[in-house]
Design a protein around this ligand. Structure first.
Ligand code: NAI
Ligand code: NAD
Ligand code: ISE
Length: 336
């Protein structure tokens, strides 16, 4: 069966996911596109999916009998309305992070899916599909013993002027929030934020860098540095310290060169390249599950927990240095 997919939001990542589905992956094709900026959808049709229909609204795309499954890759604040519409239509839906921009919005999605009674939503937490994180997870709790601490960093070379302090959590650190609870098989109980002096390349509405300290239910302490004006490259780091040893996320493959009396490796600069294989694998997983009328991988509950944790981290930014508790409701059986 070929899964007929509609894409809502054909910007940077929507275009890239459409390319993957039509040119790299198997079992699906892009049949529908929609974007508030119609010219963007028309451009993706022309370049990637000439057979696709362009719909005026995301809702019309979801309702179309020609669409079996939906990709939501529009701006974060619009995700909730489309995911709820896809659940109401009973169609599998891949939603880029964040699932919703508020915990309340994510809770509404969880409730709608639980009422529907079957999983339909996959959240775009692609790091769970990254070979490096999967290899790291294999040694946590085994070779290095029970984990005690994590030191992580998420560095982007630069961000646009519209990127403001809370986005360092909602837009950027949300990947660590998800992947570290998956890696450690644990949940967070509190957050605290510390700000060093701001980097000269930052701007008035962005305190950058920042360090978020998370505590988990099993007593682990995690520090995550977020530095989105680091200038030198796109750099994702993660070291887990356990009872018997420490293990680090592997660096991306890079040819080592001896040049001009220096030993050098290139560092990536664009997030699109760092996890390029894991975007392929997550979407192939989505296609396989959608062919069976369901969804796999990171679920709405994971999106909801990430939203609750993000909200707590943003509150911790505002109360600089103070510990903010994180309270999670009971997990519905659908997500066990
Ligand atoms: P973008 O701004 O390049 O593209 C967003 C597109 O959505 C634009 O074309 C815009 O016109 C369209 N759009 C906005 N509101 C819409 C609506 N209501 N209906 C239809 N279309 C709408 O943004 P980008 O970078 O592609 O990000 C999109 C989403 O992907 C975000 O949620 C972002 O967090 C996520 N993302 C995830 C990444 C990952 O590593 N998993 C990386 C980059 C983005
Ligand atoms: P973008 O701005 O390039 O694209 C967003 C697109 O959505 C734009 O074309 C915009 O016109 C369209 N859009 C906005 N509102 C819409 C609506 N209501 N209906 C239809 N289209 C609408 O942004 P982007 O970088 O592609 O990011 C999009 C999403 O992807 C965000 O949620 C972002 O967090 C996520 N993202 C995830 C990763 C990742 O690593 N997983 C990386 C980048 C972006
Ligand atoms: C972007 O939306 C992503 O998801 C990238 O993975 C992240 O590194 C970047 O900071 C975000 O803006």
């Amino acid at each position: 069966m070929t899964v007929r997919i509609g894409v809502i939001g054909t910007g940077a990542i929507g275009r890239d996911h459409a390319r993957r589905i039509n040119q790299v992956l198997g079992g699906a094709e892009i049949v529908a596109l929609s974007d508030v900026n119609r010219a963007s959808a028309e451009a993706v049709k022309k370049d990637i999916a000439p057979e696709a229909m362009v719909f005026e609204t995301g809702e019309a795309l979801i309702a179309s009998p020609d669409v079996d499954a939906v990709l939501v890759t529009s701006w974060g604040a619009t995700h909730e309305q489309y995911v709820l519409a896809a659940i109401a239509a009973g169609k599998p839906c891949f939603c880029e992070k964040p699932l919703a921009t508020t915990a309340e919005g994510a809770r509404r999605i969880v409730e709608a899916e639980v009422t529907h009674g079957k999983r339909l939503v996959q959240v775009g937490f692609m790091r769970r599909y990254d070979a490096g994180y999967i290899a790291l997870k294999k040694v946590v709790g085994t070779s290095i013993g029970a984990p005690i601490m994590v030191h992580a960093a998420h560095r982007n070379p630069s961000v646009p002027e519209q990127y403001v302090t809370p986005m360092a959590i909602h837009d950027t650190m949300i990947h660590e929030i998800d992947v570290l609870r998956w890696l450690l098989d644990d949940d967070y109980v509190s957050a605290r934020v510390i700000f060093p002096r701001s980097a000269a390349r930052s701007h008035a509405k962005l305190r950058d860098p920042q360090i978020v300290i998370l505590e988990t239910a099993k007593g682990m302490v995690i520090d995550v540095e977020i530095f989105v004006n680091c200038h030198y490259g796109y750099d994702i780091r993660c070291e887990v310290v356990g009872e018997d040893g420490a293990a680090s996320l592997p660096e991306p493959m890079a040819v080592q060169m001896r040049l001009d009396a220096r030993l050098q490796n290139r560092i990536l600069t664009d997030w699109k390249d760092r996890f390029i294989e894991s975007y392929d694998v997550e979407l192939q997983d989505f296609i396989h599950a959608a062919a069976r009328g369901t969804a796999a991988g990171p679920n709405s509950w994971d999106g909801y927990v990430a939203a609750i944790t993000s909200d707590a981290c943003v509150a911790a930014q505002e109360k600089e240095g103070e510990i903010v508790p994180i309270n999670l409701p009971a997990r519905p059986a659908l997500y066990n």
